[in-house]
Design a protein around this ligand. Structure first.
Ligand code: FES
Length: 108
Protein backbone atom coordinates (compact mmCIF):
# COMPACT_ATOMS: atom_id res chain seq x y z
CA UNK A 1 0.00 0.00 0.00
CA UNK A 2 1.22 3.46 -0.76
CA UNK A 3 0.22 7.03 -0.15
CA UNK A 4 -1.61 8.88 -2.88
CA UNK A 5 -2.06 12.54 -3.69
CA UNK A 6 -5.44 14.21 -3.63
CA UNK A 7 -6.15 17.75 -4.75
CA UNK A 8 -8.73 19.64 -2.71
CA UNK A 9 -10.03 23.10 -3.55
CA UNK A 10 -11.33 24.60 -0.32
CA UNK A 11 -14.37 26.85 0.12
CA UNK A 12 -12.19 29.94 -0.41
CA UNK A 13 -11.06 28.60 -3.79
CA UNK A 14 -7.55 27.72 -2.58
CA UNK A 15 -6.03 24.56 -4.05
CA UNK A 16 -4.30 22.10 -1.71
CA UNK A 17 -2.35 19.03 -2.71
CA UNK A 18 -2.46 16.57 0.16
CA UNK A 19 -0.97 13.16 0.78
CA UNK A 20 -3.46 10.44 1.73
CA UNK A 21 -2.74 6.98 3.16
CA UNK A 22 -4.48 4.08 1.40
CA UNK A 23 -4.11 1.64 4.29
CA UNK A 24 -6.19 3.33 6.98
CA UNK A 25 -9.69 2.81 5.58
CA UNK A 26 -10.03 6.57 5.65
CA UNK A 27 -12.69 8.47 3.76
CA UNK A 28 -12.23 11.76 1.95
CA UNK A 29 -14.19 13.76 4.55
CA UNK A 30 -11.83 12.52 7.29
CA UNK A 31 -8.84 13.39 5.14
CA UNK A 32 -10.15 16.93 4.56
CA UNK A 33 -10.70 17.32 8.30
CA UNK A 34 -7.29 15.97 9.17
CA UNK A 35 -5.70 18.70 7.06
CA UNK A 36 -8.08 21.38 8.44
CA UNK A 37 -9.23 22.30 4.95
CA UNK A 38 -12.66 23.33 6.24
CA UNK A 39 -13.37 25.01 9.59
CA UNK A 40 -14.17 22.68 12.47
CA UNK A 41 -17.92 22.14 12.76
CA UNK A 42 -18.65 22.85 9.10
CA UNK A 43 -17.79 19.44 7.70
CA UNK A 44 -18.47 15.91 8.85
CA UNK A 45 -21.27 16.87 11.21
CA UNK A 46 -22.98 13.45 11.11
CA UNK A 47 -19.68 11.66 11.49
CA UNK A 48 -19.72 10.15 8.02
CA UNK A 49 -23.16 8.51 8.05
CA UNK A 50 -24.42 10.16 4.82
CA UNK A 51 -26.95 12.05 6.92
CA UNK A 52 -25.90 15.71 6.86
CA UNK A 53 -24.38 16.66 3.47
CA UNK A 54 -21.89 18.96 5.22
CA UNK A 55 -19.15 17.01 3.45
CA UNK A 56 -20.53 17.55 -0.06
CA UNK A 57 -17.89 18.04 -2.71
CA UNK A 58 -17.75 18.32 -6.49
CA UNK A 59 -15.67 15.75 -8.31
CA UNK A 60 -13.49 17.54 -10.87
CA UNK A 61 -11.42 14.64 -12.24
CA UNK A 62 -12.33 11.43 -14.01
CA UNK A 63 -11.55 8.79 -11.42
CA UNK A 64 -13.40 5.50 -10.93
CA UNK A 65 -15.54 6.18 -7.86
CA UNK A 66 -17.67 3.71 -5.98
CA UNK A 67 -21.36 3.73 -6.88
CA UNK A 68 -23.59 6.00 -4.82
CA UNK A 69 -25.55 4.22 -2.14
CA UNK A 70 -29.28 4.85 -1.82
CA UNK A 71 -28.58 6.84 1.37
CA UNK A 72 -26.06 9.09 -0.35
CA UNK A 73 -28.35 9.63 -3.33
CA UNK A 74 -31.25 10.54 -1.06
CA UNK A 75 -29.17 12.91 1.07
CA UNK A 76 -27.85 14.71 -2.01
CA UNK A 77 -31.36 15.03 -3.42
CA UNK A 78 -32.26 17.05 -0.31
CA UNK A 79 -29.05 19.07 -0.10
CA UNK A 80 -28.39 22.63 -1.29
CA UNK A 81 -25.84 23.66 -3.94
CA UNK A 82 -25.83 20.24 -5.61
CA UNK A 83 -24.45 19.74 -9.11
CA UNK A 84 -24.25 16.73 -11.42
CA UNK A 85 -20.80 15.95 -10.02
CA UNK A 86 -21.79 16.23 -6.34
CA UNK A 87 -20.79 13.45 -3.96
CA UNK A 88 -20.62 13.09 -0.20
CA UNK A 89 -16.93 12.95 0.59
CA UNK A 90 -17.56 10.71 3.62
CA UNK A 91 -18.72 8.01 1.21
CA UNK A 92 -15.52 8.07 -0.85
CA UNK A 93 -12.81 5.85 0.58
CA UNK A 94 -9.15 6.54 -0.10
CA UNK A 95 -7.84 3.87 -2.45
CA UNK A 96 -4.82 3.62 -4.72
CA UNK A 97 -6.88 4.13 -7.88
CA UNK A 98 -7.90 7.58 -6.61
CA UNK A 99 -4.35 8.92 -6.93
CA UNK A 100 -4.60 12.44 -8.39
CA UNK A 101 -8.32 12.81 -7.59
CA UNK A 102 -9.39 16.45 -7.68
CA UNK A 103 -12.37 17.69 -5.71
CA UNK A 104 -13.85 21.03 -4.71
CA UNK A 105 -15.69 21.53 -1.43
CA UNK A 106 -19.29 22.64 -1.87
CA UNK A 107 -20.36 25.83 -0.03
CA UNK A 108 -21.47 25.36 3.57
S1 FES B 1 -20.32 13.69 6.99
FE1 FES B 1 -22.45 13.82 7.04
S2 FES B 1 -22.99 13.23 5.07
FE2 FES B 1 -20.86 13.07 5.04
Amino acid sequence: MKDITIIVIDREGVKHEVVAPTDMNMNLMELIRSYDLAPEGTIGICGGMAMCASCQCYILSNHPLSEMSADEDLMLSEAFHTKDNSRLSCQIFIKEELDGLEVELAPE
